[in-house]
Design a protein around this ligand. Structure first.
Ligand SMILES: *Cc1c(COP(=O)(O)O)cnc(C)c1O
Length: 388
């Protein structure tokens, strides 16, 4: 009997499993929302929901009550539109590129206007269509990345006709150091935000990313804008992580061997063993989002035992020193933990010299994905491999 690809995948045998716990995602959304009962909580689902699959993540958040979604690019907004109820508001953080006006207005996508040029472009589109179009207005409160500079805000206030045909859904800005609660930039940005938004009475204010939500009620305003904390990442660099882990990653062993002292391991012969060493090669590498900077620095885990990465990370594989495990522990196909109870996203990111955001967004499409759905949908499908 011919097996479909779907049936074959259901049999197991993948080289790596990325498990995405949508019940934890939902709980994280509700936890963040509960921090500010008077604010609305949106979800930042840019970069394919930080790599976890925006088409799957966004509807779960919608069911949890989320109605505002932020993506970075217009194309992300266009594809999200197909997977989310029509009453969901979709904002594009990088704003309006020339040529996007028609698709934005036709599909009810809300651009974040980051410059006076974009304001003019959107106002012109409203005039062409003869209707009012919604937009968010971003101001730069001190990060110098996106948004209107203070002098541009003044020009806008002095010339209200510039906003003709535009309905401001919110006025927003982004915090540069929200994960460092004691950083002076937070209060400085808050101060600029307050002074600016006072001049737009009645327009909802949207300021806090994940870290901002934990800076206190001053930062909450009308609409919050978390990303990483939804996906289990730590909102603060100094406090314990209150979020539930969403992602776990295990990778299969494809070969084990014992090598004598003085053996080279991996590309560049960067490691030379000093004693007889037991090694296991696992089936994921830098093409699977495990940075090459983990070479001889990071580790995998098995039953709580740390298995150091031995030598360079290759494109499709990594060799581990498994001398700490009893002989015969691994058989072909045994799974080691890369992200899970023994190794958080933050821990592996630190070993790689990067941040949890970068690890998460690079995990890529080569792992077999397992989505664990919240209770309500469990009857239909408890675990589903997404790539089927
Ligand atoms: C990415 C992003 C967010 C989400 O930030 P997190 O730190 O992941 O919560 C919010 N706002 C803007 C403008 C962003 O670019």
């Amino acid at each position: 009997m011919d097996m479909t690809l779907q049936q074959q995948k259901a049999q197991g045998g993948a080289s790596g499993y990325l498990t995405i716990d949508l019940a934890a995602l939902r709980d994280n959304y509700l936890t963040l929302a509960a921090k500010a009962p008077h604010a609305l909580t949106s979800a930042v689902v840019k970069a394919d929901a930080y790599g976890l699959g925006a088409d799957i993540v966004a509807p779960v958040l919608y069911d949890a009550g989320c109605r505002h979604f932020f993506v970075a690019h217009i194309d992300e907004a266009l594809s999200l539109r197909l997977h989310i109820a029509p009453d969901a508001k979709i904002f594009v953080l990088n704003g309006l590129q020339p040529g996007n006006e028609t698709s934005c207005s036709a599909l009810n996508i809300i651009p974040v206007l980051n410059s006076l040029e974009q304001v003019a472009q959107w106002s012109a589109q409203a005039a062409v269509l003869g209707k009012t179009l919604p937009a968010a207005l971003q101001i730069d409160t001190g990060m110098s990345r996106l948004g209107l500079a203070p002098y541009e805000v003044e020009r806008l206030l002095a010339t209200p006709a510039m906003l003709k045909g535009i309905d401001l859904a919110c006025i927003m800005s982004h915090l540069a150091c929200a994960d460092e609660p004691d950083h002076e930039a937070n209060a400085l940005q808050l101060n600029v935000m307050r002074k600016t938004t006072e001049q737009f009475p009645g327009v909802p204010v949207c300021f806090a990313n994940s870290g901002g939500i934990f800076l206190g009620t001053d930062y909450h305003n009308a609409l919050m804008r978390p990303g990483i904390a939804l996906y289990g990442g730590a909102p603060s660099a100094v406090h314990p992580n209150p979020m539930k882990p969403v992602v776990s990653l295990s990778v299969a062993v494809v070969q084990t061997r014992t090598v004598p002292a003085e053996s080279f391991v991996g590309y560049g012969a960067s490691l030379r063993t000093t004693a007889e060493t037991r090694l296991a090669t696992i089936a994921a590498g830098y093409a699977d989002g495990l940075p090459r900077s983990l070479s001889s620095r990071g580790a995998a885990y098995f039953n709580g035992v740390r298995l150091p990465i031995a030598g360079r990370v290759s494109m499709d594989s990594i060799t581990l020193d498994i001398s700490a495990l009893p002989e015969g522990t691994f058989t072909h196909g045994s799974l080691v933990e890369i992200i899970g109870p023994n190794q958080t996203l933050e821990a592996i990111a630190e070993d790689a010299g990067t941040i949890a955001y970068e690890i998460l967004t690079r995990l890529g499409q080569r792992y077999r994905r397992r989505y664990i759905y919240p209770e309500k949908q469990a009857a239909a499908s408890s675990t589903i491999a997404r790539n089927l």
